[in-house]
Structures are given as structure tokens and as C-alpha cells.
Design a binder for this molecule. Structure first.
Ligand code: BTN
Length: 259
């Protein structure tokens, strides 16, 4: 079980003004965050659980996590961003998670928009949801799922060849409380101090599949092109027949080495 006392002490020390809300078990920390928001808790909350029973992923995906082994948490905040910058939140979150993992000397990469990869396998995912009021973001929930000490054998068959955990890829058990604080520290700093060009540069430095030929499904279209990284809105740039095109949403399905 997570040591919530230690998390609170670390938070009080490094990030006074932030509180944790712990559930031994909950359907989804993102859903729980919005419930708390409706009850009047508007910001500066980290919602965390040891057992997420209906984890939500992007689109129609679900998020599987092994009770007590990974990190499944959501951050409820009021970011200082305008509505048209909402696409940057997942990008900032991805860069922050990758930064925290790299501090453990584990090479982490980002697959657009915000899968966290180690050795080309998915070890983390991010689900960002925003409430927009006019031209402002009135609240945002950044949901982060990270496979930390999970054994791959405990995973459902269908993701065993594509998923990994920090433990699985290093053979080392990692301290979940320290990792949570490291991710949060990175995220809090990047949300406060980022410059668009630096965050884009950082994302592109950690970007997986840069210059690879990919197939992406965006809405009803399937697009083939060479992935060139992201632009200042967090959109994917694809080179198609020598022209650069930007996509705000989509899912990369296949890739191969570019010729
Ligand atoms: C994805 O890869 O599709 C995104 C996965 C996001 C999973 C996290 S776990 C914590 C938070 N609560 C949820 O229900 N989802 C996010």
C-alpha cells in the first residue's frame, strides 16, 4: 500500500498548498477528481489510489493496472493557460513524466500524443481532461498511469507483448512514493515555468518515431506519412508527399523505418 503519510510530508515540504486525496480502491482517479470538483474542491489536489478498477484511457481505451504495484493518480488544477493552449497540457505532462523516469537513469520516450515508452513498450499513459469557460480553462484533470513494479505475467494476455513496467525493464523495484513526488515536481515546475519552444524542443528530443513512416488514424481518416515531431500547439506534424500537415488528434497505429 502507498504510504500516504510520507507522500503528505513530502508534499508539505516541497509543494505546500497541495493536498492528496487517497482512495484504497476507486473506479477511476480522473472520475473521482471531477466528483470532488463538483463538490467544491476546485484545485491543488492529487487524487491517488492503490486499486483503480475501471481506469479510463484515451478514446475508447481502458487502462489496466495491477493493484499496489503501479501509480494511478490524477492532478486537479486550474492551469494558467488559455483554452486554445489546452493541447499543450498533455505535452507538458508527457515531458514531465519522461523527465522523472530519466532521473532514474531509465531511457524513456514519448509516443504522440503522450504514451510513455521504455524499450518501445508502453509503460505509462496520460489522460487529460479540461473544462473550458469562454477563452479560459476553468479546471483541468491530468490523469497519469505508470507501470512501476508490475510483473508482466500479471497482465492481460492482449497487452503482454506491448506493455512493460519500470521493474520489468530494469529488474529493479522502484519506490512509488518518491516517483510520484518526482513526477509531480517536474509537472508543477513545467506548468509554471515552461516556454512553448522549450517544451516542444524537449518533447521532440524524447519523441519516439521521429522521421519514421507511420500510419495514423485521425477521426475517420487513415493517414500515412513521416512523423516529424510536434508543433507549438502539441499537434503531430506529418510529412506527406513533401508537405507538412498538422493533426490535433489521432492514434499512431503502425510504423516502419523511413527509407
Ligand atoms: C492512455 O494511455 O490511453 C491513457 C491512460 C491514462 C490512465 C490514467 S491512470 C490514472 C487516471 N485515471 C484514469 O481513469 N485514467 C488515468
Amino acid at each position: 500500500m502507498l504510504d500516504t503519510g510520507r507522500i503528505s510530508t513530502l508534499l508539505n515540504h516541497h509543494h505546500p498548498g497541495w493536498k492528496i486525496h487517497y482512495y484504497p480502491s476507486v473506479t477511476s482517479t480522473n472520475t473521482a477528481a471531477w466528483d470532488l470538483y463538483k463538490q467544491g474542491l476546485k484545485s491543488n489536489l492529487i487524487i491517488i489510489t492503490d486499486n483503480q478498477t475501471s481506469g479510463r484511457g484515451r478514446g475508447k481505451h481502458t487502462w489496466h493496472s495491477q493493484p499496489g504495484e503501479g501509480l494511478t493518480f490524477s492532478i486537479l488544477l486550474q492551469p494558467d493557460l488559455s483554452a486554445d493552449q489546452a493541447g499543450l497540457i498533455p505535452i507538458i505532462a508527457g515531458v514531465s513524466v519522461a523527465e522523472a523516469i530519466k532521473k532514474l537513469n531509465i531511457p524513456a520516450y514519448l509516443k504522440w500524443p503522450n504514451d510513455i515508452l521504455i524499450n518501445s513498450r508502453k509503460t505509462g499513459g496520460i489522460l487529460c481532461e479540461s473544462r473550458i469557460a469562454g477563452s479560459d480553462i476553468s479546471a483541468a484533470v491530468i490523469g497519469i498511469g505508470l507501470n512501476v513494479n508490475d510483473e508482466l505475467s500479471s497482465y492481460p494476455e492482449e497487452i503482454r507483448t506491448t506493455a512493460t513496467s519500470l521493474y520489468q525493464s530494469t529488474g529493479i523495484t522502484h519506490d512509488r512514493e518518491d516517483l510520484l513526488i518526482a513526477v509531480f515536481t517536474s509537472l508543477e515546475r513545467n506548468l509554471r515555468d515552461y516556454s512553448v519552444s522549450e517544451i516542444v524542443q524537449e518533447w521532440n528530443r524524447s519523441g519516439a518515431l521521429i522521421n519514421k513512416s507511420i500510419t495514423m488514424v485521425s477521426g475517420n481518416s487513415t493517414i500515412n506519412g513521416k512523423f516529424k515531431g510536434i508543433n507549438g500547439k502539441g499537434e503531430a506534424i506529418l510529412e506527406i508527399n513533401g508537405e507538412l500537415n498538422a493533426y490535433a488528434s489521432g492514434e499512431i497505429k503502425h510504423f516502419r523505418e523511413a527509407k
